[in-house]
Design a protein around this ligand. Structure first.
Ligand code: ADP
Ligand code: MG
Length: 308
């Protein structure tokens, strides 16, 4: 049907979106390979939702193009939507229907035969641990249950590509880990996933590759480990309650020094000797030496200024 060999599952080319007065997305290009799990990362207002909505055929691009398995989102939206499973950022469950009925009603959009929808719905509710909540009203569900239901709904049409917009924002750690477990299970089935998040741990745990965006542009694209290595290095020193002489000493070493409020961050160019050096020169200094993470990359690329 669709799909040449080596054809990307998603290809975005120079996507732009201007709302009245706001350039929300300003030339975003990337590919997602079949079976790849890609994190689309950026602070609030970076343009993540706008980008994924254009790929999902919910929002026409101002310019640029996007395809899903080679099918253009603008000229063949129905064919694209059939291939996609979508978890929107805002839960848009039908409050008038119970849990099971939300899935059954959704399945009808895809023209799946009734018995088949029902069988899939039951299986998916078990998969997201809602098998015993079939008759519950949507309002009775916790935030985590609603997100799991939206995930089940996104899987109902057996999509080749899943697009998840902040699947775990606002959830408690238990609920977040429950979703991560499901997503890892899906990953093993070979489904392609594009997921937006601002939880760096989520991206590091789930994603083969991350694309960092801000102000409507792609800043960086690569595997979590390669981005950490390239942008930050291996080691981070955090220190507090320090004297100016300590900051000056770190500043004299090769690496990058950042002072944020009452805390000092040092990203040594070569981290191997820094611990021994600090033990010798500043034995009483309060500090933490840790491995660099994707969050360090994120803060380096997008800054520490607060967003809405
Ligand atoms: N419907 C809209 N009308 C006008 N501006 C919008 C609309 N939706 C989003 N924006 C603006 O576009 C920018 C990107 O928003 P969004 O794509 O939602 O970012 P993210 O999902 O990364 O938080 C923000 O500045 C936001 O305020
Ligand atoms: Mg968003």
């Amino acid at each position: 049907m669709n799909g040449l060999p080596n054809e990307p599952a998603i290809a975005a080319r120079d996507l732009c979106k201007a709302y009245s007065g706001v350039d929300a997305v300003r030339g975003v290009s990337f590919d997602v390979a079949p079976g790849e799990v890609v994190g689309f990362l950026g602070p609030n207002g970076a343009g993540k939702t706008t980008t994924v909505r254009m790929i999902s055929c919910f929002l026409p691009p101002t310019s640029g193009s996007a395809t899903v398995y080679g099918v253009d989102v603008r000229s063949r939206p129905r064919d694209v939507k059939r291939m996609l499973g979508i978890c929107p950022q805002e839960d848009n469950l039908d409050p008038d229907f119970d849990v099971l009925k939300n899935l059954l009603a959704y399945g009808r959009y895809f023209g799946i035969p009734g018995r088949e929808i029902r069988a899939r719905a039951e299986r998916l509710l078990d998969f997201v641990q809602l098998g015993d909540r079939k008759k519950s009203a949507v309002q009775e569900l916790s935030g985590g249950m609603k997100r799991r239901l939206v995930l089940a709904r996104a899987l109902l049409n057996e999509p080749r590509v899943l697009i998840l917009d902040e699947p775990t924002t606002g959830l408690d750690p238990q609920a977040r880990h429950a979703i991560w477990t499901r997503l890892r299970g899906l990953r093993a089935t070979g489904v392609t996933v594009l997921l937006t998040t601002h939880y760096m741990e989520e991206a590091a745990q789930l994603c083969d590759r991350v694309i960092v965006v801000d102000h409507g542009r792609v800043l960086m694209d690569g595997s979590p480990a390669s981005l950490v290595e390239r942008e930050v290095g291996h080691t981070v020193v955090e220190a507090w309650n320090y004297e100016p002489t300590f900051a000056a000493f770190l500043g004299s070493l090769p690496g990058r020094l950042e002072e944020v409020g009452d805390r000092l961050y040092f990203y040594p160019a070569a981290g191997d000797h820094v611990e021994r050096l600090l033990d010798e020169r500043f034995p009483g200094q309060e500090r933490l030496i840790r491995r660099a993470t994707l969050e360090d990359v994120f803060l380096k690329l997008t800054g520490r200024a607060l967003r809405d």
